[in-house]
Write a protein that binds this ligand. Structure first.
Ligand SMILES: NC(=O)c1ccc[n+]([C@@H]2O[C@H](COP(=O)([O-])OP(=O)(O)OC[C@H]3O[C@@H](n4cnc5c(N)ncnc54)[C@H](OP(=O)(O)O)[C@@H]3O)[C@@H](O)[C@H]2O)c1
Length: 281
């Protein structure tokens, strides 16, 4: 069975590819990326590396040829990616792909204020109506991305947020990769959406405790938070994006904790505490 991964040179893509090669033959793996040369290390291991760019429709059919199970990694072009995702789904169907695994967000519903949610909602809809078997991996916020915020909080003695008392079930990128490998190799159910989460949901106050007792939590409203982020050097669009996730946390859209990582991988997810410790040690 041939397993394909789009976006294979990204951080998640590389992690999935590396883990996949531990359980299937290199000859059964097809990695797809806009930058084929960046995956020469995988090519040297006997993996087929093919060019794919969702914005270049002509690249899709040759890339998907012979692939049975496809991991479609959502692109980082928030607000401008649905057409590319849908084109990839249509091309996968035409090429005979049987199962598509897609990386989404928790609660991709119209009311979710996270600015990434509408793209995922539209892509999941397209996948569900494609006629192919599908799996949605609704990855919670990457725990890895909290490490830099925690470091900054320690340095500043303040953790500035707009998330109120809300909690997020931060999950490591490595666990997201392991869950994807489980889904691609038949370890899960198809036509199912999994909430991929860490072992517990943490509030900003839990994060501050993790960072150290001298870190004070500063709560801002959404507008003030965007201003603060812009003031610290973030472009306004990125600041609005981050603040939208803070609001989604505050409103409970990222708080559910599930057994999905264990169900798909056979082992429990890594906690943010353990991730922090592994970086410190
Ligand atoms: N859960 C979270 O906290 C979180 C955080 C950030 C992002 N995400 C989402 O999860 C995805 C994977 O995360 P990551 O950490 O691997 O992000 P990343 O390292 O920034 O990777 C970005 C990905 O987008 C792909 N991409 C961009 N434009 C593309 C195009 N035109 N056609 C096909 N692929 C394209 C890249 O593929 P190539 O460069 O190989 O072509 C790459 O896989 C992100 O793209 C984003 O949708 C989730």
């Amino acid at each position: 069975m041939s397993i394909g991964i789009t976006g294979a040179s990204g951080q998640l893509g590389r992690a999935v590819a590396t883990r996949l090669l531990g359980v299937v033959d290199a000859a059964d793996v097809v990695l797809m990326t806009r930058t084929v040369e960046s995956l020469s290390d995988f090519a040297a291991r006997g993996v087929s590396v093919r060019p794919v760019d969702f914005g270049d429709r002509g690249s899709l059919a040759p890339a998907f040829e012979g692939v049975d199970s496809l991991l479609l990694i959502s692109t980082d072009r928030v607000g401008d990616r649905v057409a590319g995702h849908v084109a990839a789904i249509e091309a996968a169907k035409a090429a005979g792909v049987r199962h598509v695994v897609y990386t989404s967000v928790p609660n991709p519903v119209p009311a979710n204020p996270a600015l990434a949610a509408p793209d995922h909602l539209a892509t999941e809809d397209a996948l569900r109506s494609s006629g192919m078997a599908w799996t949605s991996l609704r990855n919670n916020l990457y725990a890895d991305m909290q490490l830099a915020s925690l470091q900054q909080a320690v340095e500043a003695g303040r953790l500035v947020v707009n998330s109120g008392d809300g909690r997020a079930a931060y999950v490591s990128r490595a666990d997201c990769a392991a869950a994807a490998v489980g889904a691609l190799t038949g370890g899960g159910r198809t036509n199912t959406a999994y909430d991929i989460t860490g072992p517990r949901a943490l509030s900003a106050y839990d994060l501050a405790d993790l960072a150290g007792s001298t870190v004070e939590v500063v709560q801002l409203d959404d507008g003030a938070y965007v201003e603060a982020l812009v003031g610290s050097g973030l472009p306004e669009g990125a600041a609005r994006f981050v603040a939208s996730f803070g609001r989604a946390v505050r409103e409970g859209y990222l708080a559910d904790v599930t057994t999905a990582v264990r169900d798909l991988t056979g082992r429990p997810p890594t906690s943010l505490e353990d991730l922090v410790r592994s970086v410190d040690s």
